[in-house]
Design a protein around this ligand. Sequence first.
Ligand SMILES: [Zn+2]
Ligand SMILES: [Zn+2]
Length: 423
Amino acid sequence: MGTHGSLALALIYNSFCRRLPSLCSGSCSGYIGAMNDSTNDNDQTAPLTGSASHNDFKEIAHSGGKITFDIVSDASGRKSYQVTYSGSRPVPMRMFAIYATPDGEPVANIQLGGIGSPWNPPPDPSCRPVFISSDSEGLFGHQCPACGGYWRSDTARFCPYCRLEAESFLFLTPAHLSYVRHYVDTLHDGLEKVAQGQSSQVEIDLDAIVDMDAGLEKPDFYHPGTSQQTKFRCESCKTVTDIRGRFGFCSYCARRNNLADLRTQISMIRAELNSNRTPPADALRQIVSAFDACCRDIASQLSKLPMTARRRKEVLDLLFHRLDAAEVVERAFDIDLRKGMSADLPFIRMMLQRRHVFEHEGGVVTRRYIEESGDNSVPESTLIREDAQNVHRLAGCLTRMATNFENGFNEILPPADLKKTRS
Ligand SMILES: [Zn+2]
Ligand SMILES: [Zn+2]
């Protein structure tokens, strides 16, 4: 089209103000990456699991900002433009960029490197760079083209639900796609209308949309986030992912959050136990329940591997409050939950039997309990008085078993190599 685009950024974030030099589209160096980390310390990423207050599926306002296209037509009619982003809200904001066709179809990610590092070239010279900023928690909504699942994260390379790996422009939501079209159309209109030898300015004012009355319908290119149910920070790559449900893959490296979630839950249960707000028998039931849920979810992920229908059913039916489950997992997947734990196994067996007694027998010792647990310390028909020390020891044992399970799972479905460049 004979037009040259350039980018200038004015970022006003809290008291941080920065104007960056214009860049010619020919070399398209990326400075936006420099902003990406400006909000890291503001992330509210502590796992919300178990929190008394829930804020599921609520709209998270867009971070706002204003995108301005300064368009110039020189004396010979050669057109160029400069893009300026300015934001003034005291909220976390991140930005990423994609290439879109003149029709507004996203076709590639732009790797926004640090200052001075060039962007990857567009797939076609007619492509426009489009800048997409986050919601007001510094996260982006994503939608998986394979499973349809929605999540939020600061970086996307894997679907946290089905583990599809794709470049993040393939995870854009319908609202993002509408925004990309609007962005390209706005720029295109500005370029069309500028008269020879003149200049003009067009803008997309996301601040004005964020500030619209709640009762008014916002344009379809407005792309706020939607809070999900479990927000976690990956222990490996520190990416923040917000998912429906409790368990999922890290959106950047595909490491599962199961073990981290179990540790969080167990530490909360231990705190309640230590402060005498939860009796030991209840803490025992809660810990085994959390362990069972954590392991059943890993088993359900493994059940997606190719296997016979009979084996899949066996894997999906596993209950991890029974030690037999460990035998099935070892036979089916060569993962040894009991690795390095032989000295603890009689204790674990006894405690899992006790859980059964507390859950189903009102805490009263039965003959079956004595036979299966090997515990002769309490006579039949007597109430078991559980002590906190046992519960703490069991919590440690089950965490180690879950660690063995997750390590084995990671051998079969390894998380991504973290040395790859983030995008
Ligand atoms: Zn998916
Ligand atoms: Zn990760």
